[in-house]
Design a protein around this ligand. Structure first.
Ligand code: FE2
Length: 235
């Protein structure tokens, strides 16, 4: 199990962990944002244990737990048990998909007032099978996504299984080529609506991307997004 790693000095930490999805072994990535107040946002929680909790508690107080995507909700309840006073924010639709999760808020296009000075957010609307809320950490220009982009290839620091290579290279053709998660690609949805959300994200002009699966992306953020989503943006 990896360690919590500081990604943006004093402001953003990431934590990588193995996940198995549809028989494919991948890695997921949790992001922790420390606000100016010292409060922490846990974005896309991992499976927590005492050792991870200790590392998190060393950087601040967990006030907010965020389930940012329609497929990124598995460990929210675990986190709630460890941090019963934290407020939980769900990606729209999760309240129906996971009625067992107790929550305080549904994420929208406007950030909560307690983090609005530091974060922007967009609900990606119009997609068919999968959806998420994208965040921008304004002080560092960091775009924080879950499945809007996946970036797995030769640089993948976690050994990719043969099965993963087969799917990513031969079926989805997204080896060494950041693309939208397969669940986006097999049903682009209402492209005109999706395009509105994507353009807002591209207009943020972020400098780097944290994503849930694959390598982080530094630089050329607009070009990477425009290429990965060209089927939608050119429609
Ligand atoms: Fe995912």
């Amino acid at each position: 199990m990896s360690e919590l790693t500081e990604y943006v000095k004093n402001q953003i930490w990431i934590f990588e962990y193995p996940v198995r999805y549809g028989g494919i072994d991948l890695f997921g990535r949790m992001t922790i944002i420390r606000l100016g107040s010292g409060d922490l946002i846990v974005h896309d929680p991992c499976q927590i244990d005492e050792s991870i909790k200790k590392q998190i508690d060393a950087i601040g107080n967990v006030r907010y737990i965020v389930a940012p995507g329609s497929y990124h909700h598995l460990f929210v309840t675990d986190f709630q048990e460890y941090y019963p006073d934290a407020e939980t924010f769900l990606c729209p639709g999760l309240e129906r998909k996971r009625p067992d999760i107790k929550f305080d808020w549904i994420l929208g296009n406007r950030p909560d007032h307690r983090w609005g000075d530091e974060l922007e957010q967009v609900v990606v609307q119009g997609t068919k099978l999968i959806w998420e809320v994208a965040f921008l950490h304004k002080p560092s220009g960091t775009l924080i996504l879950v499945d809007l982009l996946e970036n797995i290839g030769d640089d993948y620091r976690h050994k990719a299984s043969l099965y993963l290579r087969f799917w990513w290279k031969l079926v989805f053709r997204m080896w060494n080529h950041p693309k939208a998660a397969p669940e986006y690609q097999i049903g682009w949805g209402n492209k005109a609506i999706v395009k509105n959300s994507l353009n807002r994200i591209i207009d943020w002009d972020a400098k780097r991307i944290i994503l849930a699966h694959g390598e982080l992306i530094e630089g050329n953020v607009g070009d990477v997004l425009r290429d990965a989503w060209k089927r939608v943006l050119r429609a």
